[in-house]
Design a protein around this ligand. Structure first.
Ligand SMILES: C[S@@+](CC[C@H](N)C(=O)[O-])C[C@H]1O[C@@H](n2cnc3c(N)ncnc32)[C@H](O)[C@@H]1O
Ligand code: SF4
Length: 378
């Protein structure tokens, strides 16, 4: 029944919950998180959610709770060559480049699914290239999990759009950064603007003709210098098409000449010290297409993984040396203690705030190619 609730009612509930969250916890929530919490909940999930945060609050490094958010990379293959995306550059990070099969996905979901509020079925790669994705979504939905993807929309022909709507997916983000062929193809190299536009229409039409409320469709527009003049025009167009939300997104760039210049989309160098309270090792499970368990979605290289999951049990991995060390570092930092030097990626991580200063030692990873990270000032 709740899945049939009108969008206006769901948006009202979202604003209400978000107001409470901002007012009392100074934290802004996304629509998808609120939907997952309101409509994909259970007593078991809620108790586990409280337990995970309590264990983090206590600074526990060995935990009894389960993660409640699941970032699941169903493929690390892509058909485009976006120049600042590691997959687009053809970098594998030492991983097998492959699709996760339904059977593998099921094995993992069976271990943690009853605690999971939301599954994000992508990290690096185009999720709709995996032919098993519709079955994976259906299976996750049978476990009452909120499911979302971000897609470059190249695969959304009429048949796939209907399959996606029928799978029961809750949220689809279409990543289309431009309002013309010239601007779109500058970043989405290998894509075709007319075709993806048609594809977004296929998705919205499939939802209408199948008389479904879901998925909520968000159009994500990464703002670069070459497309910033088209943002308003695309925003107006996408609402006319029946897209539910338009989001201009600040870009990661490797070359400052790609940065927008207009006041509205001005950016500043990202200051990671503002993000010093990482809770991912208590709350998020990240599994890669090669079944590697990563500490978070920023991690890319196989050698930085914390474990592998398909054939191994979840619980020992969740409390293995890597996870315990990661939690220890975060707790040390939070308590203002001296942080032990440890040979895991979290020690160097910018978002955990463990690394003392981004400004003193700017990011210049030749592996990742990400030289500057930026965020929207406004
Ligand atoms: C690596 S992609 C994988 C999913 C899918 N292939 C896609 O492009 O939507 C994950 C997310 O990163 C976003 N992304 C790609 N390049 C970006 C950039 N330079 N800056 C910010 N976000 C970017 C994509 O739009 C997408 O939402
Ligand atoms: S479409 Fe997505 S995964 Fe593919 S290259 Fe672009 S950003 Fe990367």
């Amino acid at each position: 029944m709740v899945r049939k609730l009108k969008l206006s009612v769901r948006l009202f509930l979202f604003r209400l919950v978000n107001w409470v969250s901002r007012r009392f916890f100074a934290s802004r929530l996304s629509f998808s998180h609120v939907e997952a919490f309101l409509f994909n909940n259970s007593f078991r999930k809620f108790i586990n959610f409280l337990h995970a945060h309590y264990e983090k609050y206590l600074g526990k490094t060995e935990v009894k709770s389960f993660p409640y958010l699941f970032v699941f990379e169903v493929t690390n293959v892509c058909n485009l060559k976006c120049p600042f995306c590691l997959t687009g550059k053809g970098i594998s990070g030492g991983r097998d480049v492959r699709h996760m099969s339904f059977d593998e996905a099921k094995k993992i979901i069976d271990q943690v699914g009853e605690y999971i509020y939301m599954m994000q079925l992508y990290t690096w790669g185009e999720p709709l290239l995996n032919k098993d994705i519709y079955r994976i979504i259906e299976y996750a939905k049978s476990k009452n999990i909120f499911v979302m993807i971000s897609t470059n929309a190249t695969m959304l022909n009429k048949v796939n759009s209907e399959k996606l709507v029928n799978s029961g997916i809750d949220y689809v983000m279409v990543a289309v950064d431009g309002g013309s062929n010239e601007t779109y193809e500058k970043y989405r190299v290998g894509g075709n603007y007319e075709k993806v536009l048609e594809n977004v229409k296929n998705l919205v039409n499939a939802r209408r003709t199948l008389s479904k409320v879901h998925p909520f469709v968000e159009w994500q527009f990464i703002v670069f210098r070459h497309n910033e003049h088209e943002v308003k025009q695309v925003e107006a167009m996408c609402y006319e098409m029946g897209v539910n939300k338009f989001t201009p997104l600040p870009a990661y760039v490797e070359d400052e000449s790609w940065l927008p210049v207009g006041d509205e989309y001005k950016v500043e160098v990202f200051n990671p010290e503002r993000l010093m309270n990482c809770d991912r090792p208590w709350t998020h499970l990240n599994v890669r297409a090669d079944d590697g368990v990563a500490p978070c979605c920023y991690e890319f290289k196989k050698e930085d993984d914390f474990g592998t999951l398909v054939d191994d049990a979840f619980r020992p991995i969740w409390n293995n040396h890597h996870f315990r060390t990661s939690r220890k570092l975060i707790v040390q930092k939070r308590k203002g203690l001296e942080v032990d030097k440890e040979d895991i990626i979290c020690y160097e991580c910018l978002t955990s705030g463990i690394r003392p200063s981004f400004i003193d030692s700017p990011v210049e990873s030749s592996d990742t190619g990400l030289k500057i990270a930026i965020k929207n000032v406004g």
